[in-house]
Design a protein around this ligand. Structure first.
Ligand SMILES: Nc1nc2c(c(=O)[nH]1)N[C@H]1C(S)=C(S)[C@@H](COP(=O)(O)OP(=O)(O)OC[C@H]3O[C@@H](n4cnc5c(=O)[nH]c(N)nc54)[C@H](O)[C@@H]3O)O[C@H]1N2
Ligand SMILES: Nc1nc2c(c(=O)[nH]1)N[C@H]1C(S)=C(S)[C@@H](COP(=O)(O)OP(=O)(O)OC[C@H]3O[C@@H](n4cnc5c(=O)[nH]c(N)nc54)[C@H](O)[C@@H]3O)O[C@H]1N2
Ligand code: SF4
Ligand SMILES: [Mo]
Length: 687
């Protein structure tokens, strides 16, 4: 492949690698071999030249003086962050020697890979790494921290990760942003909604926090955390009762509508108001608005699934478009995620056959603390890449305690010395996505894009695929699959006749067009869904077999600890999870980590706007700046941003979050924990 990296000057096409649904097309301007500007690619049909502030500033991160340029070896105590530079030869031979010893003594399952999608490139996130760890026979990691619960819930209803094509949503007359802070986390869906608004569309936002997205709504509906299934069922109650349902659609394309009609009788607006905190008149008004407006789109966010029953909540909300037959209208329906549209050949990419029939033990990534502290036989080595678990994983104090174990050999591959890397024995420098070859599939829009290296690699950094090729060689693995080039990996992954939507897309065509659209027809129906009945399953026998109620149901949150506030610690606008939290400009834009609290709750505790307050439970404590007002309901506190502890400031919100698992998919329940909030000088707390 012709590499742009060799050309010192010019403007080059690229793609955003961050874990964000928009997956923008980029134009990168270079001068004398260095990036001097990053803009949106105006030719990209969906993102059309607009990008967020984070990535406009990305060059600062790429050339940040703090970036790692060479492998490091720990020379101080664990977690003390004292390292000395070493060569790649020494780093790789230290790792392979240690792993060979461990494999001899305790077996390969004493080694655990720990990764996520810090780089959404398919090769970076699930390419040679998976092949290598399969061949090694390492313990398996269940990558469940983000969207697994909701995806499983959605699949019970719809069969696969396929929803409305976002480009079609320009025709919608009603947008319901449901548990999504889209202004920050899916900005192009907001752009489309704003355009549609000029033609009379309305925007409704249902959230526990009136944040930047709630503020732009025509109607903001505050709701108690974890109660959205009840609201959706209340809407269905009204839709059926007032004859606003689409009988023809229900009988043709759904299974179980009669059972559902009967079932939702119990969810009358008064009952639902009591559960959700949404007034009964508002429930009726919302249902009528939904019943009378077509096409309507529900954009289902991650907020509703990071709860104890997040799977069931998403399953329930995703039944709504079927009740009014929205799937037949261009732009109508729902988007949870659209990953299945761009489904590629995962088996060919990840090669599970390299396990040679073994099924290694498996660990849920949301329980890293427990995995490190309570597993027997113990995990003795972690290889962490593309994620920063010391900040982003639940029960952070347990995670950190685990990482401090003297007998645990920790390797971290990252661009920076993250909070996690500070606990490492060996740190490996990673290239940025602009230095790599990869391909990207959005989980919202329908475009695949190829990434060619735009710049030369930084210092002595290496990409994920390069690192695992080196490790394979050092371990003495001779299989060709562990030597395939990046180009070969892409060719194999895109060779996937099972997905007709990407029939025309292969490495060669992508090289010519840089981005290509899935060949998908709209609207979604008529079609046969990959559910057991081939229809939208309002009643699901499969759920019953899996131990869930067969019909959509509201289930209250677990009790958690006996503290007065539900705590919702979401991401913020200027970071991407913990990425950018080490960049001064982004930190300045966010000012400080805040805790939003209702005026009445603040008053009863003598807390004033702008003062630093203590938030604590039996898992940990934080000190955040109070933002007093009416952005949240009484009894709820919300923080924004995955900040690391800085200069002795206690701002690690995940020290407070539970490591329980959600009902489906082993998902994280970041937003179902409870806390106490009090003035900093309050003595009424345990030491
Ligand atoms: N700027 C920016 N963009 C990002 C990210 C980032 O960190 N920063 N992270 C990326 C990633 S990995 C992901 S997964 C997505 C996540 O982005 P989103 O899908 O927007 O999910 P969250 O921001 O986690 O939560 C969305 C909203 O749900 C609300 N919420 C919480 N609990 C409930 C509830 O019970 N009911 C209702 N109705 N609302 C609730 C929160 O207040 C929040 O406003 O964003 C991606 N994009
Ligand atoms: N309290 C709370 N916690 C949360 C959430 C929340 O809403 N609230 N959201 C959760 C969600 S949805 C998610 S997805 C997770 C995300 O959490 P993470 O996956 O940890 O995401 P980041 O914090 O962005 O960290 C990604 C890391 O990958 C590194 N990286 C980037 N590209 C590469 C590469 O090519 N190679 C290597 N080796 N490293 C690379 C980056 O430098 C960065 O340090 O956080 C979860 N944690
Ligand atoms: S983070 Fe999201 S909005 Fe920003 S450039 Fe990347 S894909 Fe686009
Ligand atoms: Mo995520």
């Amino acid at each position: 492949m012709n590499s742009f990296a060799e050309q010192p000057n010019g403007v080059f096409k690229s793609v955003c690698s961050l874990d964000c649904p928009d997956q923008c097309g980029l134009l990168v301007t270079k001068k004398d071999g260095k990036i001097i500007k990053i803009q949106g690619d105006p030719d990209h049909p969906v993102t059309s030249g607009n990008i967020c502030n984070k990535v406009r500033n990305m060059a600062e991160r790429i050339y940040d003086k703090k970036r790692l340029s060479t492998p490091l070896k720990r020379v101080g105590a664990k977690g003390e962050s004292a390292f000395k530079p070493i060569s790649w030869d020494e780093a790789i031979s230290t790792i392979s020697t240690r792993w060979k010893e461990l494999m001899d003594k305790e077996g390969a399952e004493s080694i655990l890979p720990y990764s996520f999608y810090g780089n959404m490139g398919k090769l970076a996130a699930e390419g040679m790494d998976r092949r290598f760890f399969h061949r090694l026979g390492a313990s398996n990691l269940e990558r469940t921290i983000c969207s697994k619960a909701g995806s499983e819930g959605y699949n019970y209803t719809m069969g696969a990760g396929i929803g409305t094509d976002p480009e079609e949503t320009i025709h919608a007359k009603l947008f319901i942003f449901w548990g999504i802070n889209a202004v920050s986390t899916n900005m192009h869906q907001v752009t489309i909604a704003q355009k549609a608004r000029k033609n009379g569309a309305k925007i409704v936002v249902i959230d526990v926090h009136k944040n930047q997205t709630g503020r732009l709504a025509d109607w903001f509906i505050p709701i108690r955390p974890g109660t959205d299934a009840a609201l959706a069922l209340g809407m269905m109650h009204v839709l059926f009762k007032e004859n606003m349902h689409d009988e023809a659609f229900l009988s043709e394309y759904t299974a179980g509508s009669e059972e559902l009609k009967e079932h939702v009788k119990q969810y009358d607006p008064e009952t639902v108001a009591f559960i959700t905190g949404v007034k009964s008149d508002d429930i009726r008004r919302l249902a009528r608005m939904y019943g009378e407006t077509s096409p309507s789109l529900i954009r289902i966010g991650n907020g509703i699934q990071h709860h104890d029953y997040g799977g069931m909540i998403v399953r329930t909300v995703s039944c709504l478009p079927a009740v009014t037959g929205q799937w037949l209208h261009a732009g109508g329906g729902a988007i949870k995620h659209n990953s299945a549209v761009l489904g590629y050949n995962r088996k060919a990419l990840q090669r599970p056959d390299l396990l040679q029939g073994c099924t290694p033990r498996s660990f849920n990534m949301n329980r890293l603390g427990r995995v490190l502290l309570e597993t027997d036989p113990p995990v003795r080595s972690l290889f962490i890449y593309g994620t920063n678990p010391a900040v982003v994983a639940p029960e952070a104090n347990k995670v950190r305690k685990g990482l401090l174990r003297e007998d645990l050999f920790v390797v971290v591959h990252d661009l920076f010395l993250t909070e996690t890397a500070k606990y490492a024995d060996i740190v490996l420098p990673a290239t940025s996505a602009f230095e790599n070859t990869d391909f990207y599939t959005s989980y919202w829009h329908h475009f695949i894009q190829l990434q060619k290296p735009v710049i030369e690699r930084y210092g002595d950094s290496k990409s994920n695929t390069e690192v695992f090729r080196l490790l394979a060689e050092a371990m003495g693995f001779t299989e060709q699959e562990l030597r395939d080039s990046d180009e070969e990996l892409i060719r194999q992954a895109l060779d996937f006749p099972e997905n007709p939507y990407i029939e025309d897309i292969d490495y060669n065509s992508l090289s010519h067009h840089s981005f290509m659209r899935a060949n998908r027809e709209n609207p979604l129906f008529p079609c046969k869904l990959p559910t057991p009945s081939g229809k939208i399953e309002l009643y699901s026998e499969k759920m019953k077999q899996d131990g869930f109620p067969a019909l959509p149901t509201h289930i209250p949150l677990h009790k958690d600890e006996d503290f007065p506030f539900l705590f919702v610690p979401g991401p913020n606008h200027n970071f991407l999870n913990s990425t950018f939290s080490n960049n001064e400009k982004h930190v300045k834009l966010e000012k400080a980590p805040k805790i939003f609290i209702h005026i009445k709750d603040a008053a009863s505790r003598g807390i004033e706007d702008g003062e630093i307050v203590r938030i604590w439970n039996n898992r940990g404590e934080c000190e955040l700046t109070a933002s007093v007002g009416e952005q949240v309901l009484p009894g709820v506190v919300v923080s924004q941003g995955l900040w690391a502890d800085m200069d002795d400031k206690k701002q690690l919100v995940n020290s407070l979050t539970p490591d329980r698992l959600s009902d489906m998919g082993g998902g994280a329940v970041f937003f179902s924990g409870k806390v106490q909030v009090e003035k900093l000088n309050d003595k009424n707390r345990p030491d």
